[in-house]
Structures are given as C-alpha cells and as structure tokens.
Design a protein around this ligand. Structure first.
Ligand code: 5GP
Ligand code: ZN
Length: 115
C-alpha cells in the first residue's frame, strides 16, 4: 500500500469504486475514461509500480492477471469478437498511474499500430 497511490486507494475502497471482479489478490474495475465500449483495468492489490519491477516471486500473480482478463472478457461477451490486453510501462510506454494494471479493451475494432 502506498499512501499517494490512486489505485491503492481504489483497492482500499476509498472511492467506493464498483469492482467487477475481486479475489484475494486481484481487483478489476471499469476505466474512468473508457477508450472502447469495454475498458476494464485489472490490478493486483499489492502495490507494484511498473511491470519492469515484477520479481520472480510475482510470476503467478502476473499470469493470473492475464487469465482473469480472459475471464472478464467472457463475462463481457467479447471473448470471441476479440479484445486487446495492454500493460503500459514507464514514460515511453504511456504509463500514467504507477501501480501496475492490465487494460482490457474490446467491443470495437482495434487499430494497429497503436498510437
Ligand atoms: P495508464 O496510462 O497508466 O496505463 O492508465 C491509467 C488508466 O487509469 C487510464 O486509462 C485512466 O483513465 C485510468 N484512471 C485514472 N484514474 C482513475 C480512477 O480514479 N478511476 C478509474 N476507474 N480509472 C482511472
Ligand atoms: Zn498502489
């Protein structure tokens, strides 16, 4: 837990954010500024700043984030139409919130290359 981290505060329930998925390690909630009809953020409760700070002991946690995103995609009925999973890392990666989060985006055709 980091006192200044907005996602730690969300995980602590400080803003009353509705979680669409929750277990002992992970939480998922809708992005406040959605970039697609489905835009969900999957975060660990544990405060890890960037994916390049993940340690070997976080291997199961990191894998679980992807499997949980797949589960949410099924719940959101975008599993077969397709979706995009994104981890932004650091300044060039476009990361704004320094608490790792996996973006799940879907419900529309995605473009490539990304901006
Ligand atoms: P990043 O650019 O760090 O990969 O993505 C951060 C994401 O968090 C952005 O898409 C932004 O809209 C979202 N976000 C920032 N603050 C909040 C918040 O207070 N609540 C929610 N639900 N999403 C947030
Ligand atoms: Zn945090």
């Amino acid at each position: 837990m980091s006192d200044e981290c907005i996602f730690c505060k969300i995980a602590n329930g400080e803003f009353g954010t509705k979680f669409i998925y929750e277990d002992a390690e992970l939480l998922a909630f809708r992005d406040i500024n959605p970039q697609a009809p489905v835009h969900v953020l999957i975060i660990p409760g544990k405060h890890i700043t960037r994916i390049n700070r993940l340690e070997d002991s976080d291997q199961a946690l990191a894998g679980k984030m992807i499997l949980t995103a797949n589960k949410i995609a099924r719940d959101e009925r975008i599993s077969e139409s397709g979706y995009r999973l994104i981890f932004n890392c650091g300044p060039d990666g476009g990361q704004e919130v320094e608490h790792i989060h996996l973006h799940l985006l879907g419900g529309r055709q995605m473009n490539w290359p990304p901006g």
